[in-house]
Design a protein around this ligand. Structure first.
Ligand SMILES: Cc1cc2nc3c(=O)[nH]c(=O)nc-3n(C[C@H](O)[C@H](O)[C@H](O)COP(=O)(O)OP(=O)(O)OC[C@H]3O[C@@H](n4cnc5c(N)ncnc54)[C@H](O)[C@@H]3O)c2cc1C
Length: 471
């Protein structure tokens, strides 16, 4: 098998991989960059699809959708690509039904449900506490945060249990009305961010249907393998989420800290659904379309929002997680979603045009969504391995971001940071002060255990390839 030679190979054509490629291209036009993507499309956890709608057909997002003004990396990209954003509709009554089927269904118009003064005080003191705590966190190296081990030893749920006094507030899902705006354009949807980045990088440099199975390194090359091809390069950027990065075979094996980290970062299980309607009947009845419900035996979703398109096609979007996502059959879920919408918004909800749900756990090369999280205790000891390059391998993907980790903006930030690492290593281009600062800020204060000699990139090859696998 003859190996192709590239300067940089990027694993994954989601926002992170394509942002990395785009920055590399912009900063050093002489670099040969190849993106290998397992799926038959770009966009990863963003996918925009057309469904039957009031005007015939329209496009909605089944993955990442909302962006906000503090998400600077994605906002800059949207601006750069000349795309439009439109505000999330949130005017009107919001439905609040926490505490199970027997509890009272409430509605409210402000950003918070109507609460008793005691519960409101409790809520505000809790928000202050969280804000003060956030200000003490060392993002670059969380182990430097005061009480790091104690904080990292608990879940958000156990923290809430400890720090709120009122029973009602324990049921809060820490969600308020989204001060978010949806990405839009004539075509609509967030997947076009990746499609347009691929236009810029050049589709000839993006190979779809190319799942990477192995990455081998020696002193001279990184050797990236798919089922049919082999590529030699000077640097690799792996952008797939940690549980998928762990499925790639590495030689030499990755440091134990890195392996332990990826084995203990499970991915969530969330289903997103869209229901399209002839008219936005909820708006006519004074509802915003926002429902916060404690998922139960009756109601499978936790939250819904208005998703009427910029072209005016009426729709609702919602999210299902927990056992309703993992144990319920799809038919059962759909009928419970519709009967719950009828219960909260009225009988008109039963006359829908189209129901679509996407179970990301069933999609190959995802296995869940929206993001991988660290088990308690992991951050304190294994965090440095999250971004620390392993020889020629650099790590990106939203899970490695230091701002808006888990979001599209984080994916872009992480991809751009990994691109700078690669530029510093394989390009003649000199990084400017701002770029050097970005790299400095992403490095842990305390390094993990020193890499073994097999990770040295110069000197005697650490990995001697069998003759048949050499060029
Ligand atoms: C339902 C849902 C709702 C969300 N809502 C929002 C939201 O409203 N706002 C927001 O900001 N974010 C949201 N997110 C999160 C956001 O979509 C992600 O953070 C972001 O898209 C991640 O980008 P990424 O490039 O880091 O990873 P990915 O998009 O996962 O890209 C990784 C790519 O690697 C590929 N890959 C995996 N293994 C291999 C392999 N072995 N070889 C080659 N390729 C491989 C995958 O196919 C994928 O294309 C949501 C996500 C989901 C699923």
């Amino acid at each position: 098998m003859t190996a192709e030679i590239w300067d940089v190979v990027i694993v994954g054509a989601g926002l992170s991989g394509l942002s990395a490629a785009d920055l590399l291209r912009k900063r050093d036009g002489s670099l040969k960059i190849l993106i290998l993507e397992a799926k038959d499309r770009v966009g990863g956890r963003t996918v925009s699809k057309e469904f039957p709608a009031a005007s015939g057909v329209d496009r909605w997002d089944l993955g990442g959708q909302w962006v906000g003004s503090t998400q600077t990396h994605v906002m800059e990209l949207i601006k750069e690509l000349g795309l439009e954003v439109y505000p999330q509709f949130s005017t009107g009554k919001k439905v609040h039904h926490m505490g199970g089927p027997a509890s009272k269904v409430r509605t409210y118009k402000s950003n918070f449900p109507t609460l008793s003064p005691l519960v409101l005080m409790d809520f505000i003191q809790f928000l202050w506490k969280i804000d003060r705590l956030c200000a003490t966190v060392c993002v670059r190296d969380p182990s430097q945060t005061p009480n790091a081990a104690e904080l990292d030893g608990q879940t958000l749920h156990s923290y809430i249990q400890q720090h709120v006094w009122t029973a009602e507030e324990h049921q809060w899902n820490l969600r308020s009305s989204p001060t978010v705006i949806s990405v839009s354009s004539p075509q609509g949807g967030t997947q076009q961010l990746s499609e347009r980045l691929a236009d810029r990088v050049g589709w000839k440099n993006v190979r779809l249907g190319s799942a990477v199975t192995a990455i081998w390194q020696d002193a001279e090359w990184a050797r990236v393998t798919t089922a049919t091809d082999t590529f030699l390069c000077r640097a690799v950027i792996v952008t797939c989420p940690p549980h998928l990065a762990a499925k790639i075979q590495y030689e030499p094996a990755l440091p134990t800290e890195r392996e332990f980290l990826t084995q203990n970062m499970p991915v969530g299980h969330m289903i997103k659904f869209i229901v399209t309607y002839q008219t936005a009947f909820w708006k006519e009845k004074g509802f915003s379309g926002e429902i916060a419900a404690g998922a139960s035996t009756d109601c499978p979703f936790a939250v819904t929002f208005d998703a009427t398109s910029p072209r005016g096609n009426a729709a609702l979007v919602g999210f299902i997680s927990g056992q309703q996502a993992s144990l319920w059959a799809s038919k059962e879920r759909r009928s419970a979603v519709l009967s719950s919408l009828v219960k909260y918004l009225g009988p008109e909800a039963a006359s829908f045009i189209h129901y679509e749900e996407k179970d990301w756990a069933k999609e190959t090369y995802n296995g869940g969504c929206p993001v991988n999280v660290m088990a308690p205790g992991l951050l304190t000891y294994y965090h440095p391995s999250l971004r620390m390059p392993c020889g020629r391998i650099h790590w990106a993907g939203t899970e490695t971001a230091t701002q808006w980790c888990g979001y599209m903006s984080g994916a872009i930030q992480a991809g751009q940071r990994a691109a700078l690492e690669v530029l510093a290593e394989v390009s003649q281009v000199v990084l400017n002060e701002e770029e050097r600062e970005v790299l400095q800020q992403s490095l842990p204060v305390q390094s993990p255990a020193k890499p073994t000699t097999s990770w040295k990139l110069t000197g005697k090859p650490a990995l001697v390839l069998p003759a048949a696998q050499r060029l």
